[in-house]
Design a protein around this ligand. Sequence first.
Ligand code: NDP
Ligand code: MG
Length: 386
Amino acid sequence: MKTISILGSTGSIGTQTLEVVRASAEKLGVHSLAAYSNVDMLEEQVREFKPKIAVLMDLDSALELKKRIKDLPVEVLTGMDGLTEAAVANSIDTVVTAVSGRIGLEPTLAALKAKKNIALANKETLVAAGELVMKTAKQNNCSIIPVDSEHSAVFQCLNDKKSLVKKIILTASGGPFLGWEKARLSKVTKDMALKHPNWAMGAKITIDSATMMNKALEVIEAKFLFGMDYEAISVLIHPQSIVHSMVEYIDGSVIAQMGVPDMRLPIQYALSYPNRWPLCFEQLELAGKTLTFLQPDEEAFPSLKLAYECGKKGGTLPAVMNASNEICVHAFLTGSIEYLEMFEVIQQVCREHKVMPADNLEKILTADLWSRERSEEIIREDLKKV
Ligand code: NDP
Ligand code: MG
């Protein structure tokens, strides 16, 4: 029996993780569940999965939850201390990091220091602090198993033969605006961007997929997870989302991992690793399918090029790119910025940033905060001009 904690249990990855738990109830137990403010859903989850700890980051929501579940032997916690507590208890084996955004960094570091393995969905944490997170994992002898479908694919194709790898090829669906040119992209609205052709996900990552920023973050995520040079990480558009990524070896052999586009598969693999469990969900049927691959359009979607530039410069710059993106996505979702302006703000903030080494948490959080404030300032200045 593996005991897990889920940070972000009410979200897209969180609820799918609980579906995996439901399908493998004899193999998985839940120690803690944490979310931001969704009292109704967390109450339901607590009643079904009976964790020892339930956390709502928002204080009023936590107080409401406490009132509602006083008939149950569950400790209700709040704030960053609560989120961290949910990740470090003695009986936890693996922490599933499924919150959205850089907010996952501190609890992830705390979990690693408490010698927990991580099933990592929360890519922003690795983009912001890849060096620090990987170093902390190594020092504490912990594994970080990817949940992101592309990285799960690479992880499965690598098979411990990293020294013989020529490059890894991350696939990307291309999102809802595949093939669109810049002029047409200027008319993109929030509702258009929130409709992903292949995956049903939380709002933030859905917008990231529509700007290709998701793939940009994933390039940096791959660099840290697999310790590869940026030159050895490439991206191919694959609109069907069946080949989840590939690894090319020095002898020219290319190993691909395929599956239906269903996050429960990589989630289950991250929890069953190093074993595999029988499939409880839909199976891949290849007959009649056509698989296509094409180069990304870096002109229309500049996020990818920016990620390679920021990643290669390194230090605090990836954290700054990530934080600016979080602010821009929020501003786009709340209607204070246009689709194409997101790229402009992120690029400007990255250009202005004075890069520092990202060797400790304080420097990373300082850069992250500067980036958020500067991005908001630029958005406000632009709004005044309108
Ligand atoms: P969702 O927006 O669906 O869910 C986010 C979860 O995090 C919710 O449980 C939310 O709680 C909680 N949360 C948000 N902010 C905070 C906070 N400040 N403190 C505590 N909890 C918080 O996101 P997704 O599930 O789509 O994505 C989660 C992560 O997984 C992201 O990093 C994403 O990039 C990554 N990922 C997602 C994939 C997907 O298919 N969805 C695929 C690959 C990676 P509440 O409901 O109360 O707001
Ligand atoms: Mg992905």
